[in-house]
Design a protein around this ligand. Structure first.
Ligand code: FES
Length: 170
């Protein structure tokens, strides 16, 4: 298979999006991916780049409340949208939220490269089902790769986070 190198063109489109509660404006090229614009033009580094193909989950963000892999979304498609990255879900006082804190306390991750995908998948799962079975937790992880292979600790952390959120909601 041959790879064609497409020359970069000058950015011509103005993009306005809200990222983690802050309105941002930047010039982009029509073909630019959301993950690249977030990281390279806006400077938000929480979404990582693993596969660039929608497979690994490292680049996961919420786009208008829905989780997406930002390496398969054109930035231009996000015009006028609200983007939430891992850096934007902490408590207002800057503390980690319950899911983030539980993952941290349970040593659910090692290098942390994959953490965006797992945290957003957990948020999505627990919003739909506050008391998931281990099998449902494992199913919710599909599409997220952890190269440190911390999958079992993730299951335990999600179970604990679910318990904590159920207690907090009483
Ligand atoms: Fe986007 Fe892997 S970098 S899914």
């Amino acid at each position: 298979m041959s790879h064609e190198i497409v020359p970069s063109t000058a950015p011509t489109r103005t993009l306005e999006i809200e990222v983690d509660g802050v309105t941002r404006q930047t010039l982009i090229e029509d073909r630019e991916l959301l993950v690249d614009v977030l990281r390279d033009r806006i400077g938000v580094k929480a979404p990582k780049i693993g596969c660039y193909g929608g497979d690994c989950g490292a680049c996961t963000v919420e786009l208008d409340g829905k989780i997406v892999k930002s390496c398969i979304v054109l930035a231009a498609e996000a015009e006028g949208s609200e983007v939430t990255t891992l850096a934007g879900i902490s408590e207002q006082d800057g503390d980690l939220d319950v899911i983030q804190r539980t993952f941290w306390e349970k040593d659910a991750f090692q290098c942390g490269f994959c953490i965006s995908g797992f945290v957003f998948s957990t948020r999505d799962l627990l919003a739909r089902d506050p008391d998931p079975s281990d099998e449902e937790i494992r199913e919710s992880m599909v599409g997220n790769y952890c190269r440190c292979t911390g999958y079992q600790t993730y299951v335990e952390a999600v179970r604990t986070a679910a318990e904590r959120l159920r207690v907090d909601s009483k």
